[in-house]
Design a protein around this ligand. Structure first.
Ligand code: ADP
Ligand code: MG
Length: 248
């Protein structure tokens, strides 16, 4: 079943057309890796899904409900309700520096006020345990390693019980020795059947964990397919050239 359906999405910044005609579906429990050169529109595509960017044309629906249909957006409260089901993890963590790890996790759920504080605190304890950061609950972001910060950012997204998690180059800001712990957490989520879209340069991760890979170039989806197909038998010269560069 498609959880996200994107059709004929177009997006420009001024005269620069950065997403030309993007169409794809994501099914429940999919792990979709999005790869492609810098500037190809990967972040803008992801940001459009969570309504951090307005699109110019096309449709985006989530679980059958339109966020935007043929370029016309749904009502703000509908958009808010739909995007609340999606969690996003950014390259630069975006943690609140003045809040502890535990407070970072609990802030949004407590603002939403749909659950008791006790329920929220129990969930934050469980999630911290899961990502192996229980002993850092009262630390501030400045005192965490980059890998720990990103694990906290993932935990914070999980606190909202998202139906899908979107990652925008979650390990690109990390020193190489810190990427493993973050990829490990993401792999664990995939094994628990979390639906995920992951923009990444980690080809090993894409190959091992994703069940589908989308290659973008110059604002277009050039090709997509199972990792073994796309990595071992790319159909287009642009994909071949990109993969040759990325495997150096
Ligand atoms: P990627 O994530 O694949 O590197 P982006 O989606 O960040 O690509 O960017 C795609 C294109 O859109 C690039 O040419 C970039 O410079 C441009 N762009 C991105 N954000 C903005 C913005 N807010 N204003 C103007 N141009 C932008
Ligand atoms: Mg980007």
């Amino acid at each position: 079943m498609a959880i996200i359906e994107v059709s004929n999405l177009k997006k420009s910044f001024g005269n620069l057309e950065v997403l030309k005609n993007i169409t794809f579906d994501v099914n429940k429990n999919d792990v979709v890796a999005v790869i492609g050169p810098s500037g190809s529109g990967k972040s803008t595509m992801l940001r459009s899904l969570v309504q951090l960017e307005d699109i110019n044309a096309g449709s985006i629906s989530f679980s059958g409900e339109y966020l935007v249909k043929d370029g016309i957006y749904s009502k703000p409260q509908e958009i808010k309700r739909i995007t609340a089901k999606m969690g996003m993890v950014f390259q630069h963590f975006n943690l609140f520096p003045h809040l502890t790890v535990k407070e970072n996790l609990e802030l949004a759920p407590k603002l939403v006020k749909k659950e008791s504080s006790a329920a929220i605190e129990q969930r934050s304890a469980e999630i911290l345990e899961k990502i192996g950061l229980t002993e850092r609950a009262t630390a501030y972001p400045a005192n965490l390693s980059g890998g720990q910060k990103q694990r906290v950012a993932i935990a914070r997204a999980l606190m909202m019980n998202p139906e899908i998690l979107l990652f925008d180059e979650p390990t690109s800001a990390l020193d190489p020795e810190l990427t493993g712990e973050v990829l490990q957490v993401m792999k664990k989520l995939a094994e628990e059947h979390m639906t995920m879209i992951v923009v990444t340069h980690e080809m090993g991760f894409a190959k091992e964990v994703a069940n589908r890979v989308i290659f973008m170039d110059n604002g277009e989806i050039v090709e997509s397919g199972a990792p073994t197909e796309l990595f071992d038998h790319p159909q287009f010269d642009r994909t071949k050239a990109f993969l040759n560069r990325s495997y150096k």
